[in-house]
Design a protein around this ligand. Structure first.
Ligand SMILES: CC(C)(COP(=O)(O)OP(=O)(O)OC[C@H]1O[C@@H](n2cnc3c(N)ncnc32)[C@H](O)[C@@H]1OP(=O)(O)O)[C@@H](O)C(=O)NCCC(=O)NCCS
Length: 262
């Protein structure tokens, strides 16, 4: 690593800079299901930095005086996995080895801490990032389609709609720009993510939900609805595929039964 380059953990006065790096560095499509799109993400990260038991790990890379790279991980001790939520390099500094230094530094750190794997999600069409990850030895473990949901017409909801967490939704959505809606449609329970004005449905899209969603969308003034999951439905318009990738780390230690310190 060059003398001019240093990697540190994120400090509160750097949060605005890293959020703008992420917003400018990514294609907007790749941020659709990301909380970095919400207006309140800087408040969320600032609050998380005060969490003494946080699952998040934030890193910044400085090239001289310039904050040029940023990475956010979420750690899952139950699966010994560090999940790379975001890695982004300031657009003017891309393709100069900065992402690589930042990734290898964090990989070594998690390795030393005894983690067994790094995992991440990357869009199939983000070929620069996809090939970049293959270069580090990541392998694809799963792939899930990503759709926009366009209901052709509003049907009667199948049973009554109950929204169970509206007061919390209003406050958190206003503060952080994302949250979720816990609802019940005709006796079936659903949790729907919200980012900005859009709704993100994950995993399952039942007929009940498909009939209730257009009503919910209008009543709550939601804009677009997206679905990430393996089901198919006539309302879905394909956007891309999201690949889950994994890199085993600390493999030799794990084989010999040695436990790392987390
Ligand atoms: C993906 C990303 C983090 C890589 O960081 P980077 O600092 O630009 O990449 P590096 O300089 O470390 O890249 C090294 C390799 O990637 C390849 N690469 C990087 N940018 C490239 C580009 N624009 N076009 C083609 N190849 C590219 C190079 O071939 C290079 O390989 P080499 O070392 O064998 O020459 C960065 O491009 C980025 O911020 N992208 C937008 C956000 C994103 O998509 N993040 C990942 C998804 S979560």
């Amino acid at each position: 690593m060059k003398e001019s380059c240093r990697i540190e953990t994120l400090k509160p006065d750097e949060v605005g800079t890293v959020v703008s790096i992420v917003k400018n560095s990514f294609e907007p499509l790749y941020l659709i299901p990301s909380i970095y799109r919400g207006d309140g993400i800087a408040h969320f990260i600032a609050a998380e930095l005060q969490n003494p038991y946080s699952m998040y790990r934030y890193f910044v890379l400085y090239e001289g005086d310039v904050l040029a790279g940023y990475a956010e991980y979420k750690i899952f001790e139950n699966t010994s996995t560090a999940f790379l939520n975001i890695i982004a390099v300031n657009t003017q500094y891309k393709n100069q080895g900065i992402g690589k230094k930042l990734f290898l530094y964090t990989k070594n750190l998690f390795e030393k801490q005894g983690f067994g794997a790094i995992a991440l999600d990357v869009y199939e069409s983000n070929t620069i990032a996809l090939n970049w990850y293959y270069g580090f030895g990541f392998i694809k473990t799963d792939t899930t389609p990503f759709y926009e949901v366009n209901p052709e017409k509003i049907a009667d909801p199948d049973g009554s709609i109950c929204l169970q967490n509206y007061p919390q939704y209003r406050v958190v959505q206003e503060q952080y720009g994302f949250y979720f809606l816990d609802m019940n449609v005709g006796g079936e329970s659903f949790r729907i993510g919200t980012i900005g004005n859009d709704a993100i449905v994950r995993g399952s899209y039942s007929d009940r939900l498909s009939r209730g969603l257009p009503h919910i969308r209008i009543s709550l003034q939601l804009d677009k609805v997206y679905f990430i999951g393996k089901e198919i439905h006539p309302d879905f318009v394909f956007i891309d595929r999201i690949n889950r990738m994994e890199l085993k780390i600390n493999y030799d230690n794990k084989k010999s039964g040695e436990q790392g310190i987390i």
